[in-house]
Ligand binder design. Structure first.
Ligand SMILES: Cc1cc2nc3c(=O)[nH]c(=O)nc-3n(C[C@H](O)[C@H](O)[C@H](O)COP(=O)(O)O)c2cc1C
Length: 206
C-alpha cells in the first residue's frame, strides 16, 4: 500500500483496509438513514455499450469483495455475465458521503447464496420463484397467480431457485467521498490491479 497519503488520511478516512472503511461507513449510515442504508446504484453496460443502472441491496462486505443478490435471468444478470465488470455507488444523504466501486464480477451461486436465500422471509423466497425478473408481465393478477402456484408447489421450505443467486464484485477501485465546507470535499481513491496487489491511495481534487 502506498503511504504517501496516510499522514493526510485521518478520521473517517483512516485505516489501511478499504473494506473496513466501507463497513464502518455503512454501519454509521444504518443508524442515520431512514431505510435501506445498504442500497447501491449498480451500473452495467449492455452488449451495445449502452449503460444501465438500478438499485440493489448490498448484502455482504467480504475481505476482498462486495456481494449482492438477484435473478440470473434479469437484464442486469445478462449484462453482468457478459461484461464481467460493473460499478456501483452508495450515497448516504444523511451523512453526505458516497462510496464508489468499480471491479470484476463473478457469480456467487453456491452455499453462501443458499444461506442468504434461506435467511429471507418466506414471502421473499416464494417471490423469487414467482418473478421472471425484467421480462414482460401481462398483469399484476398474473404475478399473483404465479405466487399461488409456486406456494402450492414449494410449500414452506422452498429451495433456492436455480435462476436466483449472488454476484461478487471484486474491486480494482474504491473511492470514498465526504462533503466538505465550501464544496471542498474530501476524496480518496484506492486502486489495485488484483486481489493480491497492494492498494495505491490517492487524494483527489473535489
Ligand atoms: C432500494 C431498492 C433495492 C433493490 N434491491 C434489489 C436487489 O437486491 N436485487 C434485485 O434483483 N433487485 C433489487 N431492486 C430492484 C432493481 O432496482 C430492479 O428493478 C430489478 O432488479 C430489475 O433490474 P434489471 O431489469 O436491470 O435486471 C431494488 C430496488 C430498490 C429501489
Amino acid at each position: 500500500m502506498s503511504d504517501q497519503n496516510n499522514a493526510d488520511r485521518s478520521g473517517i478516512f483512516a485505516g489501511d483496509d478499504p473494506f473496513d472503511i466501507a463497513r464502518a461507513w455503512l454501519k454509521e449510515a444504518e443508524a442515520s438513514e431512514p431505510n435501506d442504508a445498504n442500497a447501491i446504484a449498480l451500473s452495467t453496460v449492455d452488449a451495445s455499450g449502452l449503460p444501465n443502472a438500478r438499485m440493489v441491496l448490498l448484502k455482504e462486505i467480504e475481505d476482498a469483495a462486495f456481494v449482492f443478490y438477484t435473478n440470473y435471468g434479469s437484464a442486469k444478470a445478462q449484462e453482468l455475465d457478459s461484461a464481467e465488470k460493473a460499478a456501483f455507488v452508495m450515497h448516504h444523504k444523511s451523512l453526505r458521503r458516497q462510496i464508489r466501486v468499480r471491479g470484476v464480477i463473478s457469480r456467487e451461486d453456491g452455499p453462501q447464496a443458499d444461506a442468504y436465500y434461506a435467511s429471507r422471509s418466506l414471502k421473499s423466497r416464494l417471490g423469487a420463484w414467482a418473478s421472471q425478473q425484467s421480462r414482460p408481465l401481462s398483469s399484476r393478477a398474473a404475478l399473483v397467480t404465479e405466487v399461488a402456484k409456486v406456494t402450492a408447489k414449494h410449500g414452506t421450505a422452498p429451495k433456492r431457485p436455480p435462476f436466483w443467486g449472488g454476484y461478487r464484485l471484486e474491486p480494482v477501485e474504491i473511492e470514498f467521498w465526504a462533503d466538505g465546507a465550501f464544496r471542498l470535499h474530501d476524496r480518496f481513491r484506492w486502486t489495485r490491479t488484483g486481489r493480491d496487489a497492494h492498494w495505491q491511495v490517492d487524494r483527489l481534487n473535489p
